[in-house]
Write a protein that binds this ligand. Structure first.
Ligand code: GDP
Length: 437
């Protein structure tokens, strides 16, 4: 039984915590897309760990964490994270035994970070709002067939040739467009060789390893990063990330067939947030600024990667239904319900108004998305209750049960996990996806 966890909104849904919980049942935990622009915050025994690249399953002993082909891999960040985990005493075995990196993953180099920053600075008000970690430029090079893969770091002649042609082109851009100093190949070549040498013990054929794990029926957890509405094909383009964040990204990112994934769990908060620019139909920053401020404060809605305040809005059921379709969700993990405790009433978006029309689906055009006006259903809040005493959905306050049922009915997917706090213990597992047949 293999399970995928994907963000069903614009990221920051609390995937880190859910992946951490499901990791207990898995042998392998796999990142299949994105790079260190993910920011998973885990709280275990009151201790906070933020991971950007290494799968969140790493905090469980005996698990093997994989970074698959579809990830863009920053070796510098990787070694920083490994060191952070080692210093925290979080690893129960040598790092290279529990973390494996695909030889085919594309490498993020310093010039990718530089170009990411320069593009965002030059875009001024048309910024995408990237994390400026070089993710987009690294994916660009990959698709343009001029990327450098992990395996290239271990082959000096290939590495030099690829670096040379990459740098020649980047230097034209740097010198003539951005008016910045050019890159020198020699120090970068030396640094890449050094990192390649250091990486050797971690590097493997991750795809092959997964195929063997599948044949041996060892449980696998696929860990998505960012969220469905940030998917490069199915998100609110161009305000998206550069990879396939949806469940389909597992097939391309890992090189395993669709039958490799049996359950797809979409993570959604009980409300919505979005970092950076781009359309956000249920945003309440202007219409209900006090409520937005309150949710941001209670939910500590500030980016784990960038520290940016997240934009706040009500839960958008139309967008969630879209996420369910795009990913083929089999379950929903509802997080941060506790943030809305004691709210007198809550809103759920069930349709949009666009001019004189009522829409029941997300439109494709970015200007239509920006012009949408949500239709809300207002429902009573659930006050306060002792989450620690709750062992089943039926024991929840009636209003919270009603909130959950409304989501399930609208989206057509059951809520299989309810999270009511950042800690592992603050979780109600309604149905364990690893035990589903
Ligand atoms: P991810 O990128 O989807 O993993 O999202 P984050 O790591 O940014 O998670 C959001 C934040 O919410 C983190 O600080 C988590 O510790 C926290 N968190 C996760 N689930 C819950 C929850 O149910 N309630 C509360 N209050 N916080 C949560």
């Amino acid at each position: 039984m293999n399970v995928a966890v994907v963000g069903a909104q614009w990221g920051d849904e609390g995937k880190g915590k859910v992946v951490d919980i499901y990791s207990a049942s898995a042998k392998y935990i796999v990142r299949f897309q994105g790079g260190n622009n993910a920011g998973h915050t885990l709280v275990v025994n009151g201790k906070k760990t933020v991971l950007h690249l290494i799968p969140s399953g790493i905090l469980h002993p005996g698990k093997i964490c994989l970074i698959a082909n579809g990830v863009v891999f920053d070796p510098k960040v990787f070694f920083e994270e490994v060191e952070q985990l080692e210093t925290a005493g979080a690893l129960t075995a040598p790092a290279h035994e529990v973390i494996r990196v695909s030889e085919r993953a594309h490498v993020i180099l310093p010039f990718h970070r530089l170009l990411d920053r320069l593009r965002e600075e030059h875009a001024a008000k048309d910024k995408i709002g990237t994390t400026v970690r070089g993710i987009g430029p690294a994916y660009e090079d990959k698709v343009a067939r001029r990327g450098i893969q992990v395996i290239d770091l271990m082959h000096e002649d290939v590495l030099f040739k690829k670096l040379k042609s990459a740098i020649e082109e980047k230097n034209i851009l740097l010198k003539h467009y951005f008016r910045e100093p050019e890159i020198e190949i020699a120090p970068l070549f030396e640094e890449c060789k050094r990192l390649g040498e250091k990486l050797k013990p971690f590097v493997t054929d991750v795809r092959g390893l997964l195929i063997k794990a599948l044949a041996a029926k060892q449980p696998i957890l696929f860990e998505g990063a960012q969220g469905t509405l940030l998917d490069v094909d199915h998100g609110t383009y161009p305000f998206v990330t550069s990879s396939s964040t949806i469940a389909g990204g597992i097939m391309t990112g890992c090189g395993v067939g669709a039958q490799a994934v049996s359950q797809v769990i979409g993570i959604t908060k009980a409300y919505t947030t979005r970092v950076g620019t781009g359309p956000f139909p249920t945003e309440i920053e202007e219409t209900e600024p006090d409520t937005a401020q309150l949710i941001r404060k209670i939910g500590t809605e500030f980016g784990a990667t960038t520290g940016r305040p997240r934009r706040i809005g009500w839960l958008d059921l139309v967008a969630l239904k879209y996420a369910a379709e795009v990913n083929g969700l089999t379950g929903i993990a509802l997080t941060k319900a506790d943030v809305l405790n004691d709210f007198k009433e809550l809103k759920l978006c069930t349709a949009y108004r666009l001019g004189a029309s009522t829409l029941h689906e997300l439109p494709s055009s970015i200007s239509d998305l920006e012009a949408l006006c949500p239709y809300y259903e207002t429902i009573p809040g659930w006050g306060h209750y002792d989450a620690a005493k709750i062992k089943s959905l039926r024991e929840l306050p009636a209003e919270l049960q009603n909130f959950i049922t409304r989501i399930e009915k609208f989206v057509g997917v059951p809520v299989v996990l309810l999270s009511t706090g950042p800690g592992r213990e603050e979780t109600l597992i309604v149905k364990d996806p690893f035990s589903e047949v």
